[in-house]
Design a binder for this molecule. Structure first.
Ligand code: GYE
Length: 305
């Protein structure tokens, strides 16, 4: 199967020859699980062989996986980088081996953009801004608002950008981010950090969690402290996975900014184009929306993930 690019007939049968190596971040959240399921099934539907590797949230594991894909001479490497920095060396190795790399979901901060052919995923700064816009409206008539922030994995693009976007719009001095810490995008992390926040801060008005899972962990901590999530302390999160949407419908979360994990079909399309030698867009931004409680109640019955 050495020459997959040569057979790009419109029948789609050429796909049988393509081999893709995919290095996933891990299984830290509902979003990630949905993303993995979607990517696996999209490649299966397209008849493209997918070598899937789970990095368990460790950059060193991703670097190892990418090196192994290079050694196996896969046609395309796709990966979702756990953190933004530190990829230049291994991406250069892929480039030197003539293997195109597609970034899915998360970005790298490499200055040399020739190290990857395309970046498919959300605009995380916009997501942070959307969370912030809601906060501005929700607290329009409140004087002092004490905010705690549950950040995603330290150094990850969605953690950096969701923090930045939020601060871009939540600028009125009446808002104070009184505590901010990483909960690593996990439910357990969100719960643990929120417990600590509640102990040292008696007067929290709002939790801004960089994903639903950490928000769900925070709910457990708030309830354990004898407070009512969504009322005593308001919560805004990002993702809109099913458990998050259910908590929003139940009034425990107050607002969710959507981040879609359904990147599989678009990733397949990029891979097919790259292998066929066609041009691909260097940046493909995922389309997403936001949800209030009413909108969550309406959307839940059809929510796939
Ligand atoms: O929001 C979070 C996951 O990179 C967009 O990673 C993704 C984020 C998502 O753990 O739930």
């Amino acid at each position: 199967t050495g020459c997959a690019g040569g057979d790009s007939g419109s029948s789609g049968e050429g796909d049988d020859n393509i081999v893709v190596g995919f290095s996933q971040v891990g299984a830290e959240s509902g979003w990630r699980t949905a993303n993995t399921t979607d990517i696996k099934s999209a490649f299966e539907d397209a008849g493209i062989e997918l070598k899937f590797s789970d990095a368990q949230q460790k950059q060193e594991n991703q670097i190892k996986a990418i090196r192994s894909f290079i050694q196996q001479q896969v046609d395309v490497i796709a990966f979702s980088p756990v953190v933004e920095s530190g990829w230049d060396t291994v991406l250069k190795e892929a480039k030197d081996a003539g293997i195109p790399v597609v970034l899915t979901d998360r970005a790298v901060d490499s200055e040399d953009e020739s190290l990857y052919v395309s970046f498919l995923g959300s605009d995380f700064i916009l997501e942070g801004e959307r969370a912030g816009d809601w906060v501005n409206t929700e607290f329009a008539d409140t004087d002092q608002v004490n905010i705690v922030e549950l950040q995603g994995t330290t150094g990850a693009a969605p953690a950096n950008d969701r923090a930045e976007g939020f601060r871009n719009v939540v600028t009125d001095p009446k808002f104070e981010i009184i505590a901010t810490q990483t909960g690593d995008f996990t439910r357990a992390g969100g719960k643990q950090v929120m417990e600590a926040f509640l102990k040292s801060n008696p007067d929290i008005d709002l939790v801004y969690a960089h994903n639903d899972d950490m928000g769900l962990g925070a709910i457990e901590a708030i309830e354990a402290a004898g407070l009512v999530p969504g009322q005593d302390i308001k919560i805004v999160t990002v993702d809109a996975v099913k458990d998050g949407m259910q908590a929003l419908a139940d009034g425990k979360i107050n607002f969710i900014v959507e981040c879609s994990p359904l990147l599989g079909a678009q990733l397949v399309e990029i891979v097919e184009k790259v292998v066929a030698g066609e041009d691909v867009e260097s940046r493909i931004v995922t389309e997403e929306t936001t949800f209030t409680q009413e909108q969550a109640i309406e959307a839940l019955p059809d929510r796939q993930y």
